[in-house]
Ligand binder design. Structure first.
Ligand code: ASP
Length: 341
């Protein structure tokens, strides 16, 4: 008989284990574990065995920072040999950031790391928590998925391709530029051909990330470039341009190209992403994009905003790499986060 899988569930906070208080939903220590212990579903023979590790400070994910990503990654890597899979229970607000960050921080992964949570707490009668938790546990305990995923509302997404696109519905997450890795209906159907390859003889490695000075500038008709100038006067390491369509900016606006020159001289890494939800950056298409590329602006292709931020954090934290190496790696798919043209 096959050995029953054992998974480590890490509860970081988020709605799934919250209760309603007079000041709104708040995490309640011990509540999730107590409630799960009362639910027969979790003792069903088909379910994997699990240990639950609850963080001493449960957070609304809006309060999470890069250091919390390092803590989660460290807990996974410390217990990596003891468990078959890892389930991270997390608030939905910044789940896509944490999933993206974990995909960069942890290399050599051959076991599933699945993040889930819910829009309504587990203790409520009308809740999505029960389905999300049970199905995420079943998938984690059954399949060898060698990457970081988000499971939510019956779909399994690559973590660094997922976005929270619905603040209200149970279908909170989508993956605008990459197909779902799997779906739960009557059967669990996984698209194994989309999984990242298994890494033979690889061992898990952790690459902690450190906070970096990163800013965003979003173009809109009539945007005042003195604000961009003020941003560039800061000790910035990277600036994310949110441009139109396939990566076009108002390059005829007086002063923009001069500001790009200043940024180049100051070795500020400028990367270009689209304000569109779907599609990819292609700065070659229009003169309004080519002018940016000519000033050293890098393409984010079809990366999510969450993957861009966390990839920049990851690369800028590598003190052994020079700026050119960081630029080259930014343009490279490191863990399935980008489709390079
Ligand atoms: N504000 C909550 C959080 O992100 C929302 C949720 O869990 O769904 O922690």
């Amino acid at each position: 008989m096959q050995k029953k899988a054992k998974i480590l569930i890490i509860y970081t906070g988020g709605t799934i284990g919250m209760i309603k208080t007079s000041t709104g939903y708040q995490p309640a220590p011990g509540l999730l574990e107590r409630h799960m212990a009362q639910m027969p579903e979790f003792k069903h023979p088909a379910m994997p065995a699990y240990d639950l590790h609850e963080y001493s400070e449960l957070l609304d994910s809006a309060d999470m920072s890069p250091n919390d990503w390092n803590t989660i990654a460290n807990d996974i890597s410390r217990h990596y040999q003891q468990y078959d899979a890892f389930l991270i229970l997390h608030g939905t607000d910044t789940m896509a950031y944490s999933a993206s960050a974990l995909s960069f921080i942890l290399s050599g992964l051959n076991k599933p790391i699945i993040l889930t949570g819910s829009q309504v707490p587990l203790v409520e009668a009308h809740t999505d928590a029960r389905e999300n938790l049970i199905n995420a546990m079943l998938i984690a305990g059954t399949y060898q998925i060698p990457e970081v995923c988000i499971f939510f509302n019956n779909i399994l997404l690559r973590g660094n391709r997922a976005r929270k696109t619905n603040a209200y519905g149970f279908d909170a997450f989508t993956s605008p530029n990459f197909p779902a890795l799997g779906e739960v209906g009557i059967n669990i159907t996984l698209k194994k051909e989309l999984f990242l390859p298994h890494k033979k003889n690889a061992s898990i490695k952790m690459h902690p990330i450190h906070p970096q000075k990163i800013a965003k500038f979003s173009f809109f008709p009539g945007a005042d470039l003195s604000i961009l100038e003020a941003l560039l006067a800061q000790p910035l390491q990277a600036l994310i341009f949110e441009t139109y369509g396939v990566g076009n900016a108002p390059v005829k606006q007086a002063g923009l190209l001069e500001l790009l020159k200043i940024a180049e001289d100051k070795k500020i890494l400028i990367v270009n992403t689209s304000q569109c939800l779907k599609g990819t950056i292609d700065m070659e298409s229009y003169a309004t994009g080519q002018a940016l590329a000519a000033h050293g602006v890098l393409s984010c292709y079809d990366m999510t905003p969450e993957a861009i931020i966390t990839k920049l954090y990851y690369l800028l934290s590598q003190s052994a790499l020079d700026l050119n190496a960081k630029k080259n790696l930014f343009k490279t798919a490191l863990c399935g986060e980008v489709t390079v043209l």
